[in-house]
Design a protein around this ligand. Structure first.
Ligand code: BG6
Length: 498
């Protein structure tokens, strides 16, 4: 059984990856499987182009691979379109030509030998000490075939492999998949990507909690009433029925993104901001989760979903889910975490909201307004502008003692370094090349989450219909009562006046 905990760093033996002293990266051959797919088009190719342009990336050569038979030039043309359509940074003709000259393509159907030849050719162009990064942007079945092909092509040495969710769809399948992967790659070579953890704002949760003396002392059940992690999307299926129908909101979003973000909110201070220490704390959170009870879950399906292309007319797939999660440890026992996400909802938002316990009110008298707008909140917005807000009661100017809700707000956009923000995939690809597992999910973490989800998966409550453009089925209010959902916000975020 390969060691699941060891970290490896190529090429210099003994150098442990650390985010404190990023070493210059070795040259890399990146093999992008699923290179003509949606994620590659929207995120990976534009991200790789920007990494190259920004000089964050080492010397790389990128080999696209997919089922389609394309020439290298045809692939370059597709990559160009993708970068022009979805890239967030403009590239000059010269920068594009530089990037394009590093692209090559080999069809999956050409087989292991052709793949190996193409990789070796790219390696020769890069010189000595080259590492390999195999990015598997493909569905799970195809991922297994790719892993077998990498093994046959003998491309396992000096390699790391990035895998996309879903990482199984229950405990048994996750164990099977992990075992299959471990037959070829050590756990230390495997990077299970969760792009939410690569978002600047998610990392800011760690900075906020552990670099300041202000909040950590009250970050527990004595002061916090409950937590909400709320990620509604306006977006619908977006032609992803084949993926979404067997997946649904719980597996697509909750087990991956929402619970991963939850672990950042709930973890104990790690001994260091290092992969092993952080993974251990995250895994402890997952192990402390109580099994999710089906009665604590609301599943919804938007009206019209069953008529979408590729969706079964009697589909039971949830396009919405809200649930209560409990973490039974000394810090969090009795503090519910409410998670919600769904498609075709009223707004696209990504917020984490910490609700503090309320103060005694008697000194403020009836009608003073104290408590009338809910408890004090600390809110993190995981959107690209990465905002944080602290709301509190303050005195309304004028005679008497009337209270109203005020807030202090911060946005990354207001800082001088706002332009340095990396897109989540860009950051995570760099981290994977560096061998830094901090923001990636471990086999153990995934297996614990599936284990805690078993009751729900065995006996999911029936899906309730909701109208597109709403906040989900009515039952969401009972789920959280006597508390209330923070969204929609009563007050908008303040935009900085220019
Ligand atoms: C993906 C899910 O992982 O995350 C999608 O498969 C979802 O269904 C997306 O829309 C949301 O991510 P982001 O970063 O666009 O908010």
């Amino acid at each position: 059984m390969p060691d699941r905990t060891q970290t490896i760093a190529y090429p210099s033996p003994g150098s442990r990856p650390s985010r404190r002293d990023p070493e210059p990266l070795a040259p890399h051959v990146i093999v992008l499987f699923g290179a003509t797919g949606d994620l590659a088009k929207r995120k990976l190719l534009p991200g790789l182009a920007y990494l190259q342009q920004s000089k964050f990336a080492p010397d790389v050569r990128i080999i696209g691979s997919a089922t389609e038979d394309l020439t290298a030039d045809e692939f370059r043309e597709r990559a160009k379109q993708a970068v022009e359509t979805y890239g967030t940074h403009r590239m000059s003709d010269e920068e594009w030509a530089q990037f394009a000259s590093r692209l090559d393509y080999v069809s999956v159907s050409a087989g292991a030998e052709a793949l190996a030849e193409t990789v070796h050719r790219a390696e020769e162009l890069l010189g000595a000490g080259v590492c390999r990064l195999h990015y598997l942007s493909v569905p799970p079945k195809a991922a297994q075939a790719v892993i077998a092909m990498l093994r046959d092509a003998k491309l396992v040495e000096r390699a790391r492999v990035v895998m996309e969710k879903p990482f199984g769809d229950d405990l048994a399948s996750a164990i099977k998949l992990n075992d299959f992967v471990h037959e070829t790659f050590d756990e230390a070579q495997v990077f299970r990507i969760d792009h939410f953890l690569g978002k600047e704002a998610a990392l800011n949760i760690l900075a906020f909690r552990f670099a300041n003396g202000l909040f950590e002392p009250i970050w527990n059940r004595n002061f916090i009433d409950h937590v909400q992690i709320d990620i509604p999307e306006e977006l619908g299926l977006d032609q992803r029925a084949t993926f979404y129908e067997p997946t649904g909101a719980f597996k697509d979003m909750v087990v991956t993104h929402l619970m991963q973000v939850m672990s950042f909110v709930a973890m104990e201070p790690p001994t260091a901001l290092e992969p092993r220490a952080i993974s251990e704390e995250k895994n402890k959170v997952f192990r402390s989760m109580l099994p999710i009870q089906p009665t604590d879950v609301v599943r919804g399906q938007y009206a019209g979903y069953r008529a979408e292309d590729g969706v079964a007319p009697d589909s039971d797939t949830e396009t919405f889910i809200a649930l209560k999660v409990e973490i039974d440890n000394w810090r969090w026992a009795g503090v519910p975490f409410f998670l919600r996400t769904g498609k075709r909802m009223a707004q696209g938002q990504r917020i984490i909201s910490i609700a503090f316990k309320e103060a005694p009110r008697t000194m403020f008298g009836v009608g003073s307004g104290v408590g009338s707008e809910g408890p004090d909140h600390l809110t993190f917005d995981l959107a690209d502008s990465s905002r944080v807000s602290l709301s509190f009661y303050g005195k309304r100017p004028g005679p008497g003692m009337r209270l109203e809700k005020l807030s202090m707000q911060f946005s990354t956009q207001e800082t001088k370094s706002a332009g340095d923000v990396l897109e989540a995939y860009e950051r995570l690809i760099l981290d994977a090349m560096r061998g830094d597992h901090t923001l990636f999910t471990t086999a153990e973490g995934i297996e614990s989450l599936w284990d805690r989800s078993a009751l729900l998966l065995e006996d999911p409550p029936p899906v309730k219909p909701y109208q597109p453009g709403t906040w989900g089925p009515n039952a969401i209010h009972q789920l959280i009562a006597p508390r209330a959902w923070r969204l929609p916000f009563e007050r908008e975020w303040r935009e900085k006046k220019s």
